[in-house]
Design a protein around this ligand. Structure first.
Ligand code: NAG
Ligand code: NAG
Ligand code: NAG
Ligand code: NAG
Length: 411
């Protein structure tokens, strides 16, 4: 018997007071595409011209993003990760793109991406070298920030390899100031807490003042065990991380791997639903030139994207975990809530979850309008308080709903 009862509660985590980085960006979680998880450090353009890290790859992704509805759905940033530069800086000490793989240079690539109405992201590292052993920005952060601004780049993912962890905070602040000094607003994606957690509790006040989003935990890979470990980590540390999220700065649980090889469709639905609940950046790493229609429809699902991009900008969190079910809630604007129920049992078929709408839950007093979003769209209609909803949830899948308060004053 797989049944659990859960009463919608009013769990409130403390709202954070720290100011967000003031560059006018990331007022909603960033949406885009990043090459790393799918294409990694593939630099062999002779053997694998279609999948190597080259200007051609990013131009093709930009083309598809416009043609296939990605841009219209909200995916905006086309992002380069590690392994783009030449191993040597130029005569003026500036980073330069690998001349064989990026013969036109990054400025031209940015122009191309902008001509499609999209934005370009780039990658650097605060240490001696990048994680892939390309030139690091230590001692060069000002010239690198200026170079990226001169190239008209719109986002910087700044990694933290090859530097003692005690200097990581200073490194992230240095680059944040250097980006600001260029006068161009560049979205700043950090990994500061990820490099600090093994030794100390990160200073989320400083992180929020410095970065537009920040990685807390391990790199995602194309597997359900990876997604599960990210969700487990996020739930376990939610008191530390959730209050720091809000317009201008977000926790980043890493890329969406939907549309690749490792996740079942139910598991892809779980990643999409929970990333929306967590107000996470929606940054895909997949091959948009060749993606299964169901994965594409999931990634472009307007109702899930609306939860992700909700203007209130409050990150959701786990409120219940028992009997192989986990429930996550996110408060939305307009007296609405999103609720995700995950079935964590990896055997058998769909299991029923009993969701009780409690009298104490102000939002549903006297009634709520309930809409099922995953696994399929269905209007469940108006539900008075003290109604129990029986929800089937697929193994390692997630049932996602929204609740809209219908107050007497609204009648
Ligand atoms: C630089 O920082 C100041 C102060 O926080 C802010 O007002 C300004 O908009 C920032 N400029 C850019 C380009 O981010
Ligand atoms: C930060 O910038 C200061 C001033 O330029 C410099 O002395 C220091 O070494 C930098 N630290 C890091 C980690 O980049
Ligand atoms: C409930 O929500 C659905 C879907 O958004 C909407 O079509 C319907 O009009 C709503 N019903 C009420 C009573 O608000
Ligand atoms: C609905 O009720 C809540 C809680 O009492 C209240 O804060 C909110 O303003 C009400 N909304 C409307 C539209 O009346």
């Amino acid at each position: 018997m797989g049944r659990a009862a859960f009463v919608l509660g009013v769990v409130v985590l403390m709202r954070f007071v720290a100011e967000a980085l003031d560059n006018g960006l990331a007022l909603k979680p960033t949406m885009g595409w990043l090459h790393w998880e799918r294409f990694m450090c593939n630099t062999d353009c002779e053997a694998d011209p279609d999948n190597c890290i080259s200007e051609r790859l990013f131009m093709q992704m930009a083309d598809v993003m416009v043609k296939e509805g990605w841009k219209e759905a909200g995916y905006e940033y086309v992002c380069i990760d590690d392994c783009w530069p030449s191993k040597q800086r130029d005569a003026q000490g500036r980073l330069q793109a690998d001349p064989k793989r990026f013969p036109s240079g990054i400025k031209k690539l940015a122009d191309y991406v902008h001509s499609k109405g999209l934005k370009l992201g780039i990658y650097a590292d605060l240490g001696y070298q990048t994680c892939g052993k390309y030139p690091g920005s230590l001692g060069h952060h000002e010239i690198d920030a200026q170079t990226f601004a001169d190239w008209d780049v719109d986002l910087l993912k700044y990694d933290g390899c090859y530097l003692d962890w005690t200097l990581v905070g200073e490194g992230y602040k240095n680059m944040s100031r250097a980006l600001n000094k260029t006068g161009k607003s560049i979205l700043y994606s950090c990994e500061w807490p990820l490099y600090v957690w093994p030794y100390a509790k990160p200073d989320y006040t400083a992180i929020r003042e410095t970065c537009n989003h920040w990685r807390n935990y391990d790199d995602v890979s194309d597997s359900w065990s990876s997604i599960k470990s990210i969700l487990d980590w996020s739930a376990k540390h939610q008191d530390d991380i959730v209050p720091s999220a809000g317009p201008g700065g977000w926790n980043d649980p890493d890329m969406l791997v939907i549309g690749n090889f490792g996740l079942s469709h139910a598991q892809q639905e779980s990643q999409m639903a929970l990333w929306a609940i967590m107000a996470a950046p929606l940054i895909m790493s997949n091959d948009l030139r060749d993606i299964c229609p169901r994965s594409k429809a999931l990634l472009q699902n307007k109702r899930i994207i609306a939860i992700s991009q909700d203007p209130l900008g409050k990150q959701g969190y786990q409120t219940f975990k028992e009997n192989d079910f986990a429930v996550w809630e996110r408060q939305l604007s307009g007296d609405r809530h999103a609720i995700a129920v995950m079935n964590t049992q990896e055997i058998g078929g769909p299991r029923k979850f009993l969701l009780g709408v409690a009298p104490g839950w102000k939002l549903c007093n006297p009634k709520c309008n309930v809409t099922l979003i995953l696994p399929k769209y269905q209007e469940l209609g108006v539900v008075p308080v003290q109604t129990d909803l029986m929800l089937p949830v697929n193994p390692s899948g997630t049932t996602l709903l929204t609740f809209t308060s219908l107050n007497t004053s609204q009648n």
